[in-house]
Design a protein around this ligand. Structure first.
Ligand code: 4AD
Ligand code: MG
Length: 445
């Protein structure tokens, strides 16, 4: 009896006749043999056609199959440790083959293509094994995020996408017409999370957020997913302790569940295995001192120029890269200058030029993956900050109310999904971590 299976189940069917539905990923052959690499979404399987067993007609048809032809292949499963594929170690001796569609010319061949060409063909590029592996890592990271928070007493409460006011500064707002007044796509769910914690204690939102980022970098998308936990009765130290547990859980879960995908991506795992609490914590002041030392020590004039920074300025990606090189784990940088951060961060006691913010920087040059802070507690301090940032006070009255009716110390953070996927997968550009990425220059396909 023939059983319909998917490739990821192959090990359970050694010696049996099975049918696999899928697409032809690649093909090689010589003489009486053709080796098909079949993919079905769950894995990649080598299927072997042997002319004397199949007869000349079918064998010739197989030889004419183009890349991405859709097929149903039936045959017997054989164990062979040399057999390539995912999971690998098994191959199919073809006995029957139904051709659903034979594809002539497929745009993406095994040869090297430029990334713009591949992005234009994103709808097809997703089928390539590397892209396939990245998306599978992404789904595991999403699941790990949800599992960790659900298991730790957080309630998943959704926040609106259409908003009347900025959460993260007015320079990256996507504006839309909301009947007869302007509205914006949400840059963050945080402000609503702060209302939600006063009702539910610990909450998170997890979904797409939007920023009209005019910069073209390998870390910026205009639509990205962010998970934002927010916690009542939580200060900056509690927040860092939570973040390190959270990030370690995500990394260790992915290492366990996506070993094959990370191997396919040729990810060096040594840095990731090390991602366990505690993470080093340095202040912004110390980070600036370290950067000045690094800059003094370099003889490279280009580096010297790139690493220029004075107290009060925000880090650029060269600064983050150099800082993280000094540690073998993600590193917390806390206490940034108030002027470079969003309006809602609690001032440092007796040092109002510094705020209770914390960023988590990933190693190996991946830079900021988390931004978070303790939030302002005092309504008057908050009103002053809103005015200083020239935000229209009337849109924030409800947010100020949260400080009028039972204000408490509270904190939260946002972790960017795509940057986290890029780091864990070892992919240099975030565009490959989103199935259909949106950037300054691209919203197609
Ligand atoms: O540091 P950000 O702007 O922080 C916030 O939005 C806070 N409201 C979060 C909070 O406290 N609830 O963004 C948080 C993270 C960044 O560290 C980064 O990982 C990601 O979101 N991020 C982006 N990812 C891709 N493309 C962009 N344009 C991003 N902007 C931020
Ligand atoms: Mg940030």
């Amino acid at each position: 009896m023939t059983v319909d299976i998917t490739i990821n189940q192959i090990a359970k069917f050694e010696g049996q006749q099975v049918s696999v539905k899928g697409w032809l990923y690649a093909k090689t052959g010589k003489g009486k043999l053709q080796f098909l690499r079949l993919r079905d979404g769950t894995g990649i399987l080598q299927a072997v056609a042997f002319r004397p067993e199949l007869g000349d007609d079918l064998f010739e048809n197989i030889k004419r199959l183009g890349q991405e032809s859709s097929l149903v292949v039936t045959g017997t499963v054989r164990a062979d440790e040399r057999a390539p594929g995912i999971p690998g170690g098994y191959e199919l001796g073809i006995e029957r083959l139904e051709i659903l569609q034979n594809v002539g010319e497929y745009p993406i061949s095994p040869k090297d293509h430029g990334v713009e060409f591949l992005m234009d063909n994103r709808h097809l590029w997703l089928r390539s094994s590397k892209q396939w592996a990245i998306m599978r890592v992404r789904t595991t990271i999403k699941r790990a995020i949800i599992d960790f928070l659900d298991d730790n007493g957080f309630l998943n409460i959704d926040t609106p996408i259409i908003t009347p006011a900025a959460a993260e500064g007015t320079s990256t707002l996507f504006e839309l017409e909301y009947f007869d007044e302007p509205a914006y796509l949400a840059q963050s769910g945080q402000l609503y999370n702060e209302a939600n914690i006063m009702a539910f204690g610990k909450v998170y939102c997890f979904g797409p957020t939007f920023r009209a980022e005019k910069s073209k970098t390998r870390r910026h998308l205009t639509e990205f997913w962010m998970v934002e936990p927010e916690i009542a009765f939580c200060d900056l130290d509690d927040l860092m302790a939570l973040e390190e547990e959270f990030v370690a859980y995500i990394v260790q879960t992915t290492l366990k569940e996506r070993a094959a995908e990370l191997a396919l991506l040729e990810r060096d795992l040594t840095h990731l295995e090390n991602v366990k609490p505690p993470f080093p914590r340095i202040s912004y002041d110390e980070a600036i001192d370290r950067l000045h030392e690094i800059r003094d020590e370099t003889d490279d004039p280009e580096q010297k120029e790139l690493l220029k920074i004075e107290w009060g300025e925000d880090f650029g990606s060269p600064h983050e890269t150099e800082l993280t090189k000094q540690f073998d784990k993600p590193v917390f940088v806390y206490g940034y200058p108030t002027a470079v951060k969003a309006f809602y961060m609690e001032p440092w006691p007796d040092r109002p030029e510094v705020c209770k913010s914390v960023d988590l920087l990933a190693p190996e040059g991946y830079g900021e993956i988390i931004g978070g802070s303790e939030r302002m507690r005092d309504p008057d301090v908050l009103i002053e900050a809103i005015n200083r940032h020239q935000l229209p006070l009337e849109n924030y009255q409800w947010y100020i109310d949260l400080r009028r009716y039972g204000t408490v110390t509270h904190s939260g953070f946002g972790l960017g999904l795509e940057r986290t996927v890029a780091w864990i997968s070892g992919i240099s550009h975030v565009r490959e971590t989103s199935p259909f990425p949106r950037t300054l220059n691209r919203m197609r396909p």
